[in-house]
Design a protein around this ligand. Sequence first.
Ligand code: HH2
Length: 255
Amino acid sequence: MGVVNVTPDSFSDGGRFLDPAAAIAQAHKLVEEGADLIDLGAESSRPGSAAVSAEEELCRLLPVLRALRDLPLSVDTVKPEVMRVALAEGAAMINDINALRAPGALAAMAAGDAAACLMHMQGSPGTMQQHPHYDDVVAEVKAFLQERIQSVRAAGIAPERVVIDPGFGFGKTLEHNLELLRHLAEFAALGVPVLAGWSRKSSLGTITGKPAGERLAASIAAAMIAAQNGAAILRVHDVAATRDALAVLMAVEKK
Ligand code: HH2
């Protein structure tokens, strides 16, 4: 999954793809580099970010969504209004960092047949990194995702349409993120595909001491560990380099 943020303020590519033409070109570039799916986001969820209105989000998103109709698209949103428009425009997936918990989100998804990515987040982007706390991060995140899988199924969305994500960096310390990565195979055992998003995240900056623009090698290392531990979808900004690393991993695993 290649990431294109049509935002002024995303943590690593904010402002670069706010112009629709730049976003469209970047999405085509990522597909040429080997992305199977493009994740379009029009509202940043970086720690401390401010929410935007549905009107503003759609205003950023729609020209890009319409120009990229021929590509497999995921739309990264928490708002049912935006989900409904994205699904009507043919999006293949809704990627919801709030796991379809907003009133109306389950109904919006149930009306279509697109896939849904359910992500775990403790708190909300504005405050989530202030005091993340868990007694047992793996058990708690797993229990949350199991509950969401059941709620989604009860709303009439078949499990075949569902992907889960432990939400690296969303209300988690570095140690929480590492613990989830170590135990990712337990999430894969829940029976639906697992998505992992480590690309350029601040935990990698804490480990390496590097700013967001210099975390490519660290991002690839984390993505490969996630893949080895059962992740089926890797959410990345740097598709070509991740593809090469994955090709080596797959060659080894094929034996
Ligand atoms: N991470 C970000 C945004 N959306 N969705 C899922 N499912 N998993 C993730 O790990 C994830 C996500 C944050 O990264 P980015 O989109 O690059 O930045 P921003 O939220 O600042 O736009």
